[in-house]
Design a protein around this ligand. Structure first.
Ligand code: 13P
Ligand code: SF4
Length: 360
């Protein structure tokens, strides 16, 4: 029964007090969000993990790469020293809560691509940038090669940082965030070859194409955001004159280009919060967030941009039974679903994450 689970979860939260921090991403279902201490977009969540002081355990209601990032940031050397070497334990209530986009780039593929492209271009002058939606091993790759991590809220500032240090960017795993950001900086699509890890040679590119590139985009995408189509935008504009279109930059270019506002989940929420009563929106991002915005803002008219359901099935794996199970085990001294990044990978990922956190 949900009520019983809610009571049991709250009992553990009360018992563990400040030693427990429950973080939640905006795509989590309402009944999970209700039990979080803090919620945010990927950038805010990494800042929160980096700032954590009193907690001994972080239970991460989000997906695997977010929990890995929390482990790296909460256990960085200066934090460990402050806590006399005591690690913060990070738990992910369901280990199957991954991210299909993150799974589209494996470290072996990225290393092979890097080696292949070095036969055509000088990789000393290429800055690798990984979207935070990636395995820690890819962040470590960026740390080792003078690169950096970005989120959807700082991608432009991060690319500017990269172009101060190199001639080109190798951007993975989300081609859409990379393309939309580069376009907003005036880079032409003809300077953005796409690297297909399954193509036989040079990721499916020509030498000339790579030589004139400004950003080499990995052929990855979010299966949720790729569902939003330009015809959905046209349909809403026809049916609801005056409606504004608000999307996440993981949407394809054809949608992002014609939207009124594009931004991270945090920006999407702030945009709606700061709009006057009567504003009409069609929002292109994960369903649970859009439904929550609808419920929280009855003074505005909020629509979901797609006629079909676009929800993140892996975020949805975090539910009350998994959360309750994780917390009660923790209370009883049993650690389940611990996320602990390998020390060497953690060290180099931290280099790339700290570069990102320093970019303003
Ligand atoms: P945000 O950083 O905008 O919260 O995005 C996370 C994500 O996974 C979007 O699909
Ligand atoms: Fe990954 Fe897309 Fe889900 Fe975000 S919405 S966690 S990018 S699959």
């Amino acid at each position: 029964q949900p009520e019983e689970l809610q009571t049991r979860i709250e009992a553990v939260r009360t018992e563990l007090g400040d030693s427990l921090l429950i973080l939640g991403h905006h795509y989590q279902q309402d009944e999970v969000i209700a039990h979080t201490d803090l919620r945010g977009d990927s950038y805010k969540l990494s800042e929160m993990a980096a700032a954590s002081r009193t907690c001994r355990t972080i239970v991460f209601c989000g997906v695997h790469f977010m929990a890995e990032t929390a482990d790296i940031l909460a256990n960085r050397p200066d934090k460990l020293a402050e806590r006399d070497g005591q690690r913060v334990t990070v738990l992910l209530p369901d280990m199957a809560a991954g991210c299909s986009m993150a799974d589209m780039a494996a470290i072996k593929q990225v290393e092979a691509a890097w080696e292949d492209m070095s036969e055509v271009i000088d990789t000393e002058r290429v800055i690798p940038v990984t979207y935070i939606n990636s395995a820690a091993s890819l962040k470590a790759f960026c740390g080792r090669h003078g690169g950096i991590v970005c989120t959807s809220s700082n991608a432009k500032a991060v690319l500017e940082w990269a172009y101060q240090r190199g001639d080109r960017v190798f951007f993975f795993p989300d081609q859409h965030l990379g393309r939309n950001t580069a376009l907003s900086m005036g880079i032409g699509e003809d300077q953005m070859p796409v690297w297909d890890p399954y193509a036989l040679e040079l990721g499916g590119n020509t030498e000339a194409g790579l030589e004139k590139s400004k950003v080499i985009l990995w052929k990855g995408h979010c299966s949720v955001h790729q569902m939003f189509r330009p015809e959905h935008v046209d349909g809403f504009r026809k049916q609801h004159p005056g409606i504004k279109i608000l999307v996440h930059p993981e949407c394809p270019r054809e949608v992002n280009d014609i939207a009124d506002v594009s931004g991270s989940t945090g920006k999407i929420i702030d945009t709606v919060r700061n709009s006057p009563a009567g504003t009409k929106w069609a929002i292109g991002t994960e369903l649970h967030l859009v439904n929550r915005l609808k419920a929280e803002h009855p003074e505005q008219e909020i629509h979901f941009l797609s006629p079909v359901v676009c929800m993140c099935a892996t975020m949805y794996r975090i539910d009350l039974p998994h959360l309750c199970w994780t917390l009660e085990n923790l209370r009883d001294g049993a650690i389940v679903n611990k996320i602990e990044v390998d020390a060497e990978i953690s060290k180099w990922s931290l280099v790339a994450l700290e570069r990102m956190l320093a970019v303003k």
